[in-house]
Write a protein that binds this ligand. Structure first.
Ligand code: GAR
Length: 215
C-alpha cells in the first residue's frame, strides 16, 4: 500500500466523480483521502455528497468572479486550499479555469470527457462535449486524465481511454459510455500519483515501473 495522498476535490455539479473516488477509497482500491471539497456553485449536489461523507465542504461561487480571468476566483480557492494538507488537487467536473500557482505545479489533475486535443478548451464541458462529438461525426470518443496547467485542458496527458461512438447515440448515451470509463481511469491515475509513479517531462508523462514489494 502506498502512503495515502491527501486530495482536494474541486467540482461544479453532481459530484458522481467525487462519489466514485470515495467508493474506491472505501474499497481500498485507492490510497487516498479527501480532505476538502470546493464547489464553484452553491447548488452543486457534490456539496451534499461531501457533507454526507463528513468532508469539509466550501463554496466559491464563480458567478461572483465573472470577467476576472480566473485570477481572484483562483485566489479564493487557493486561500481555502492553504488551510488543508493537500498533496493533489483533483478537478472532478469543475467547469472553470483554476490557476493553482507554483505551489501546486504538477499537482493538479483534471478529467475531460473526450480525447484531448479534440473537443476541449473553453466552453467544452459536460454535454456540450458529447453534442460536439456527435455533430462532428467522429467514430471514437473517450476520456482523458491530464495534469492541469493554467489553461483549459492543456497540461500533459496521463491516461486516456477510448469508446466507440454509435450511429444512434444521443449526448446522454455517449456520456454514459464515456463516464463508465472515467470511473476506472481517474482512480487509476490518482493511484499512480499516490505510488509516485508519474514523471512529467515537458509535455509528456512517463510511467515509472512499479516498485518491488518491500523496497
Ligand atoms: C464528467 O463527465 C467530467 O468528465 C466532466 O463533467 C462530468 C462531471 O460529472 N468534466 C468536464 O466536462 C470538464 N471539462 P459529475 O459532476 O457528476 O462528477
Amino acid at each position: 500500500m502506498a502512503k495515502p495522498v491527501n486530495l482536494a476535490v474541486l467540482l461544479s455539479g453532481g459530484g458522481r466523480t467525487l462519489e466514485n473516488i470515495l467508493d474506491c477509497i472505501r474499497e481500498k482500491k485507492l490510497d487516498a483521502r479527501v480532505v476538502v471539497v470546493i464547489s464553484s456553485r452553491e447548488d452543486a449536489y457534490g456539496l451534499v455528497r461531501a457533507k454526507r461523507a463528513g468532508i469539509d465542504a466550501h463554496c466559491v461561487p464563480h458567478k461572483l468572479y465573472q470577467g476576472d480571468d480566473a485570477g481572484k476566483f483562483s485566489e479564493e480557492i487557493n486561500k481555502i486550499l492553504s488551510l488543508y494538507p493537500v498533496d493533489l488537487i483533483v478537478m472532478a467536473g469543475f467547469m472553470h479555469l483554476f490557476k493553482s500557482g507554483e505551489k501546486y505545479k504538477g499537482k493538479v489533475m483534471n478529467i475531460h470527457p473526450a480525447l484531448i486535443p479534440s473537443f476541449c478548451g473553453k466552453g467544452y464541458y459536460g454535454h456540450h462535449v458529447h453534442r460536439a462529438v456527435l455533430d462532428y461525426g467522429v467514430k471514437i470518443s473517450g476520456c482523458t486524465v491530464h495534469f492541469a496547467d493554467n489553461a483549459y485542458d492543456r497540461g500533459p496527458i496521463i491516461l486516456q481511454a477510448a469508446v466507440p461512438v454509435k450511429d444512434d447515440d444521443t449526448p446522454d448515451t455517449l456520456a454514459a459510455r464515456v463516464f463508465a470509463e472515467e470511473g476506472k481511469l481517474y482512480p487509476r491515475a490518482i493511484q499512480l500519483f499516490a505510488e509516485g509513479r508519474l514523471a512529467i517531462k515537458g509535455r509528456k508523462v512517463y510511467l515509472k515501473p512499479e516498485k518491488a514489494p518491500g523496497k
